[in-house]
Write a protein that binds this ligand. Structure first.
Ligand code: PMP
Length: 428
């Protein structure tokens, strides 16, 4: 028995499913999760001493690689001054200024502790601002685990087969409308039915929770136009895409300005942080300026701010090098996977935007919809996953998650990963 296996058996006695977040449980690929001892740069080291090239990056935030020396140093310095004050600090202003500079549509910004809090509050704010009840989301998009967002949700909810979670009263869920990603007609149909009561559209501008699906040309523009015409608030959930597909996220990459933006994990450089922000006119409705209530004892925590400020400063100061690097890595990786699959006679297609990528076991030329993503050969993905893991490559343990590169990945890492994929495809 490995140490990981022993720990997992022990963990299951105390923690539901042995994990503190279901996406870690390997339910999407079978087998037991690997327990991690430490991480450095592009690598994870498990408790049995095995090293992995990591393409999960703590589910997105490790754009500069794990355990970055300057971020670690910033955290150490903050820790020496105290862990939490529950009163304002200058670091919160620095963080807000940084975010505004990088993502100009965020005229005002509030820090929270997770992506879930960010999206939950952005929706409450959109409802409070418009005086409307309904929200429109897309099937297969995941926006955290707030009640009204666990309707046809992606990520772990999709992997576990519970896109509509029990525990969400039908009275709540009835206000959540779901349309099809990359299908503006499905959005227009809902707006023509009840547009007067739709407070907001929330979308992952590049879907990353049903594998990786970029927006078709015109899709995000269409959402912007529909919101403008109907008075609904357009929310870009950039928890995954923020500082990832480009420095200014998907809104910078595609040049579309949402009304509100939600950010998550990346903004804390790995610490538990999230944020929401947008037009000042809308943000002014949040307490204490306005009546829409939102609060957080540990929000803007000084340790998390220190990590986040350092991470965002490093990304902004080195943006050209960072984004051309992680984009080139992801491009090379998906091209390498595709060529290796072709030569092994395995049907595969890939998607990639900036440092975010996905691959699908399917005959389809291109995957652009939720429907296509769910029709892929999941069994083949599961086998491939374990063949890669055995060779020391750590991919997201589900066919419904995107992968991420980092500036810490070397050319040798990418080549070794492609080599491992060649072997894995041949064995499928
Ligand atoms: N929105 C998106 C797009 C996400 O990918 C996630 C989590 N992966 C969330 C929201 C929720 O963030 P958290 O897990 O920090 O609550």
């Amino acid at each position: 028995m490995t140490i990981s296996e022993q720990l997992f058996a022990q963990a299951q006695q105390h923690i539901p499913g042995g994990v503190n977040s279901p996406v870690r449980a390997f339910k999407g690929v079978g087998g037991d999760p690997i327990f991690i001892d430490k991480a450095d740069g592009a690598y994870l080291f498990d408790v049995d001493g095995k090293k992995y090239i990591d393409y999960v990056g703590s589910w997105g935030p490790m754009i500069l690689g794990h355990n970055h020396a300057e971020i670690r140093q910033a955290v150490h310095e903050a820790v020496d001054k105290g862990l939490s004050y529950g009163a304002p600090t200058q670091a919160e202003i620095t963080m807000a200024e940084l975010v505004k500079k990088i993502v100009p549509s965020m005229e005002k910004v509030r820090m929270v502790n997770s992506g879930t809090e960010a999206t939950m509050t952005a929706i409450r704010l959109a409802r409070g601002y418009t005086g409307r009840n309904k929200l429109l989301k897309f099937e297969g998009c995941y926006h955290g685990h707030a009640d009204s967002l666990l309707v046809k949700a992606g990520s772990g909810a999709l992997t576990l087969g519970v896109p509509n979670s029990p525990g969400v009263p039908a009275d709540f869920a009835k206000h959540t409308l779901t349309a099809q990603f990359n299908d503006l007609d499905s959005v227009r149909a809902l707006f023509s039915e009840c547009g007067d009561d739709i407070a907001c559209i929330i979308v992952e501008p590049v879907a990353g929770n049903m594998n990786c699906i970029p927006p078709n040309e015109g899709f995000l523009e269409g959402l912007r136009q529909i919101c403008d015409e109907s008075g609904s608030v357009l929310i870009f959930d950039e928890v995954m895409t923020g500082f990832r597909v480009s420095l200014s996220g998907a809104q910078g990459y595609y040049n579309i300005t949402p009304d509100l933006t939600t950010l998550g994990k990346v903004i804390g450089g790995g610490m538990p942080v999230g944020a929401f922000g947008g037009k000042a006119e809308i943000m002014n409705h949040i307490a204490p300026d306005g009546p829409v209530y939102q609060a957080g004892t540990l929000s803007g925590n000084p340790i998390a701010m220190a990590a986040g400020i350092k991470a965002l400063t490093l990304l902004a100061d080195n943006a050209e090098a960072v984004y051309s690097n992680i984009t080139a890595q992801a491009e090379q990786l998906v091209k390498g996977f595709k060529a290796a699959a072709d030569s092994a006679g395995i049907a595969l297609t890939t998607n990639q935007v900036g440092g975010m990528f996905g691959f699908f076991f399917t005959d389809a030329e291109q995957v652009t919809s939720y429907q296509q993503a769910t029709e892929c050969n999941i069994e083949r993905f599961q086998k491939f996953y374990h063949l890669m893991l055995d060779q020391g490559v750590y991919l997201a343990p589900s066919a419904f998650e995107a992968g991420f590169t980092s500036t810490a990945h070397t050319q040798a890492d990418i080549e070794a990963t492609i080599k491992a994929a060649e072997i894995a495809f041949r064995q499928l």
